[in-house]
Write a protein that binds this ligand. Sequence first.
Ligand code: HEM
Length: 398
Amino acid sequence: MRAPSIDLLDPAYDADIHTAHRRARERSWYATTPMGIIVLRHAEVLGVLRDRRWREQGRDALESVGITSGPLWEWLGQIMATQEGEDHARLRRLVSQAFTPRQVERLRPMMRRTAHALLDAVIGDAGCEFVSAFAAPYPVHVIGELIGVPATDLDRFHGWCSDLSLAFGPGIASERERIESALGDLSDYVDALLAERRHVPGPDLTSALIEVEEQGDRLSAAELRAMVTVLIFGGQDTTQCQLACAISAFLDSPEQWRLLAERPALAASAAEEVLRYEPAGSGAPRVATEDLVVNGLEIPGGTVALPSGPAANRDPAVYPDPDRLDITRQHAEPQLTFGGGAHYCLGASLARAELQEALPILAGRLGEIGSAGPIEWRRRALIRGPVHLPLAFAGGPA
Ligand code: HEM
């Protein structure tokens, strides 16, 4: 039987990825695409993510457009997501000593304060554009506090990160100058921050990363800079998109929104369920490092596979009635929005905490919500979500 095919570049796919995944997943564990294969079922997605014979794509996207030197090339070669094997494990061990559950827990009160302050600014208006009013600024404030950046600098580094995100979309070559200029500014900023924290340490993650040491091994100056830029960058766009994905999901399930407003104690399972149901990440592509056989399928070395979180998360073999948002659902298996295996998202517990704090406050204070215009989604991107989400709300009692 021929495998189904999905054209990941077709606007019709972007407009409704879940239907395309469902149709293909019913027939097969994978589908062919113009870029390689997309893996669709939970067991096989987890299998690819955990199998070290698949590597991250690294700098392949740059190479494919002829970029093999320069600041962007160097940076992408240094960050954790492009390292493999012992190099990656070493970085991960060192960073995990600093990026601890305590770093996340210390931020929860400021997450709540930030959510309330952002809502105070719009609550009297009965409506807002949700992305600019809440989804974008909320994670910027949180990352600022995590890293130890003064609130007055937040706008600047949000702009650099937006430009840097172009490095992960289809316009790398055409936008190279803009991306590299943003990367230069961000790196200079991070260098100054590191110099300051070496002098006067604080409770923030930057200070903790400087202090990290394991059996005489420390992060080098270049590694520290790459790590802090990646945390600043990796923690904004993703959480912004996930918050907007969550609201779009609740717009279609108003009874679940009401339930969350009535029972804020459901925050943790609600966060987990929106991550499952409408993930901000399409998955992190992998490349086969050798010839492989998966479920009888011969896969030549060099094949690109997209282990799809969104498709795995709606696999009926794991989640009964998967196309229904149910914030009381107990997941028997982990949802795969944060990937898996050695590269499992480093910031997953921070992102979870951000959703757990924000969602019940939003449900309580916004009250009934409705769409106030067409939702515009980001197209052809690995980090997906609404970029424009006009929202009407009644205002709640909280
Ligand atoms: C809802 C929000 C988020 C989503 C959907 C998300 C998703 C992902 C995904 C899919 C991966 C790749 C996993 C793999 O290759 O198997 C990843 C890796 C990573 N994420 Fe996140 N992420 C989020 C938030 C964050 C935050 C808040 C931070 C940091 C503050 C962060 C930092 C990272 C880093 C450093 C990696 C690379 C880990 C490694 O290669 O070992 N992410 N994330």
